[in-house]
Design a protein around this ligand. Structure first.
Ligand code: SF4
Length: 456
């Protein structure tokens, strides 16, 4: 077997690309190079690696908010009928990978393929060469039970990040609607339509009672207490749902959960950057971590990519509100997300990696200088979105690798550490599955419940 410094290669372009980047960026874990490439470009699955949906032993992909696939359901072939696993875990192989959890984004045309060998052992293949072992998530006990009305726990309260996070998309569509309002990289509304068209259960607005019932099942059967946090999220609410504005709509779930299961999970909400009084309501309802996502830093790109947010709130006000929310939650517990890679999308994005990283670093510095630690997800160019259509390959892998480097060094410059509520940092330990920022930060011995000590 080749050593870590000389993994060997066959002469194919994608293999050459990842090995060149591993060599060029020795401080970025090799695990992160492969994980980012899988997240930006997707992975194909042999039928032997698919799940048997909710009746089998493998935890299926729940489609917890966006499709995160490189094709529409009808284009995914067998993977549309037998769901792929929610995540895969990579270990070993010629690059001696430490345990790496990767969210599954299906792309039948990817040079990466999960398949089993003649002995039935699963592996990850790149350009036809086996590059790691693959583990699949076991079906959790709580997925084997249904709610009183027959709905599945996977539909109402799926878990991701190897069971760490309960993902509660309680509003499955967005009130930013159509080309003039929807974010240009987001397929939340399409994903809702395609699951309805396929006849899958897909609840638009999840009743509070259903969420509580599903959580009670999780609480009862998750005896190892792997589930540690929940995220309340969904589309933006520009008017009302059932007479409630955005803070009261998402806040009602936090209130009900905290009353019923006090302190059982770390409560997080992903919502718009709201005025301070609304943010205070989130806090009063029992939310501990607030994610007012800023999406992309560059002013021109924000205006082009997030027309609804620009029109209703505006970029400057959005940023002001993020800073203000630190007065309510404490800077450590305000963690705005951005979508890593869209700043390089054609036709409007930066044309060089350097410009894109410089711009994104400016945004990191803006927030980190106020003690706020942003985080990012790796852009998946879903084909039904405007940016996905024009950029089917996503951003260059080098951008994603340089971003990991820039993120870590900016964080160190401001004396910050990994944000709370993401589990443990470090290669071989991280469970955050939709980007490798946690895999790329130093491992620390601390409270694994938050990944960063206590939450105030
Ligand atoms: S605000 Fe933008 S990113 Fe969020 S759900 Fe709506 S369209 Fe998608």
């Amino acid at each position: 077997m080749p050593s870590r410094t000389d993994p060997g290669s066959n002469d194919t372009s994608r293999t050459r690309l990842i090995e060149r980047l591993m060599e060029q960026f020795p401080h970025v874990p090799r695990e992160a190079v492969i994980k980012e490439d899988l997240l930006r470009g997707g992975v194909a699955f042999d039928e032997s690696a698919l799940s048997d949906n909710e009746g089998g032993d493998v935890k299926p992909k729940s489609y917890f908010i966006f499709s995160f696939d490189h094709g529409t359901l009808p284009e995914l072939g067998a993977a549309a009928l037998r769901r792929p696993p929610e995540e895969i875990v990579l270990t070993g192989g010629p690059y001696e990978l430490r345990r790496t959890v990767v969210s599954v984004r299906v792309n039948p045309a990817s040079p990466y393929r999960v398949a089993s060998d003649a002995d039935g052992v699963l592996g990850l293949y790149l350009d036809g060469r086996r590059i790691s072992d693959v583990g699949l998530p076991p079906m959790p006990d709580y997925y084997r039970h249904t709610l009183g009305n027959g709905k599945s726990v996977m539909e109402v309260a799926p878990t991701i990040q190897w069971g760490y996070l309960v993902y509660l998309t309680v509003f499955r569509v967005c009130q930013y609607f159509g080309a003039k309002e929807e974010c240009q990289y987001c397929d939340i509304n399409h994903n809702w339509r395609q699951h309805k068209a396929a006849g899958r259960p897909y609840t638009g607005v999840k009743p509070v009672e259903e969420v509580l019932e599903a959580l009670a099942i999780i609480d009862r059967y998750d005896t190892a207490k792997t589930s540690t946090a929940y995220t309340l999220t969904g589309g933006a609410i520009t008017s009302h749902i059932g007479g409630r504005d955005e803070a009261d709509f998402y806040g009602q779930y936090a209130k009900a959960i905290e009353e019923r299961f006090p302190g059982r999970w770390i409560g997080k909400v992903v919502a718009q950057a709201l005025p301070k009084a609304d943010v205070q309501r989130f806090h009063d309802y029992g939310v501990q971590i607030y994610h007012p996502n800023y999406e992309v830093w560059d002013r021109r790109l924000f205006e082009l990519y997030c027309p609804g947010k620009e029109r209703y709130v505006g970029r400057d006000e959005w940023h002001r509100r993020i800073l203000d929310s630190a007065d309510v939650f404490g800077a450590r517990n305000v963690i705005p997300n951005f979508v890593a890679g869209v700043e390089m999308a054609e036709p409007f994005g930066f044309t060089t990696v350097k410009e894109a990283i410089d711009s994104t670093t400016e945004g990191l510095r803006f927030f980190m200088s106020h003690g706020i630690t942003p985080r990012f997800t790796t852009w998946c160019p879903e084909p039904t979105t405007p940016l996905g259509r024009t950029n089917p390959d996503g951003a260059p892998l080098e951008y994603h690798i340089r971003l990991l480097e820039a993120y870590r060094s900016t964080m160190e410059e401001y004396g910050l550490s990994s944000p709370p509520g993401y589990g443990p940092p470090g290669p071989g330990r991280a469970v955050f599955s939709v980007s490798s920022f946690m895999d790329s930060l130093p491992a620390r011995q601390e409270d694994d419940r938050t990944g960063s000590g206590a939450i105030s």
